[in-house]
Design a protein. Structure first.
Length: 251
């Protein structure tokens, strides 16, 4: 038995490398504003390699989506165990709202990234995305999860207003993004972020409008129809992360 049905929209989303890269861009923006981001500074892993750390989160999510139920549960349990070790090291618990926020990002950017690159999702498809990640959160025993898509929408909006702040961590993370990506890729990432993040995230990070990148996206969509998109995309991938990104296409 698979964790996610083979014909599910969730597999279509998480089997598309371009969509995953957009999910990554959105999450990279919002994650920098999260009031609990200091937890990852505590381990030292995030400031040293912020893109690698975020890619590992995305890779875990993709692995779960394409696993059997047993394999997915094992992967989720491993994530829980890793967090428990961090909590033990700091001698305090990661708050439930911080776990929920990361889960909410996966739901939200799955929807937003696919709609920017592909098409508008139906309500049933959005509910399917919510249910998949709700199952992840339920297995992790995260308290206070919304139990349906409508409840998630309300809680997510509240979370955006209450749990985000521009801090020294936000500033440092974007400096690290620029350092690891280079100026041109960094600018491209910010324009993609401006196109897909919620208004609150955009306001805090001062990303501006995403409109300038729309003509480029249109051309890219045409290149996909002509089967030219992969060589074009691979040209702009940072060398240090190219292998990780290309490995996402294995599913």
């Amino acid at each position: 038995m698979d964790f996610v049905n083979k014909h599910s929209i969730v597999r279509k989303i998480w089997g598309n490398t371009d969509v995953i890269l957009f999910i990554f861009a959105g999450a990279a923006a919002e994650f920098s504003l999260n009031k609990a981001v200091d937890w990852l500074y505590f381990t030292g892993k995030l400031p040293k390699d912020p893109l690698g750390r975020l890619f590992s989160t995305v890779t875990y999510a993709q692995k779960i989506v394409f696993s059997t139920l047993t394999e997915a549960h094992a992967a989720i349990d491993q994530i829980t165990m890793i967090h428990q070790h961090v909590e033990a090291g700091r001698n305090t618990k990661i708050p439930d709202w911080a776990y929920r926020d990361v889960l909410f990002m996966l739901i939200n950017y799955s929807i937003r990234a696919f709609e920017v690159l592909e098409r508008t999702l139906t309500l049933a498809e959005k509910e399917e995305i919510f249910t998949t990640f709700y199952q992840v959160g339920y297995r992790m025993k995260i308290n206070g999860l919304p139990t349906n898509f409508a409840a998630w929408q309300m809680m997510h909006e509240q979370q955006l207003q209450e749990n985000l702040i521009y801090s020294c961590f936000s500033h440092d993370l974007f400096d690290q993004y620029k350092k690891h990506l280079g100026a041109l890729r960094y600018l491209l990432m910010r324009k993609i972020q401006a196109l897909i993040v919620p208004l609150k995230v955009n306001e805090l990070l001062k990303l501006g409008e995403g409109k300038p990148i729309k003509p480029i996206l249109t051309l890219y969509k045409i290149s996909r129809k002509l089967k030219l998109n992969k060589p074009l995309r691979n040209l702009i991938l940072p060398a240090a992360y190219k292998a990780q990104i290309l490995s996402l296409e294995a599913f």
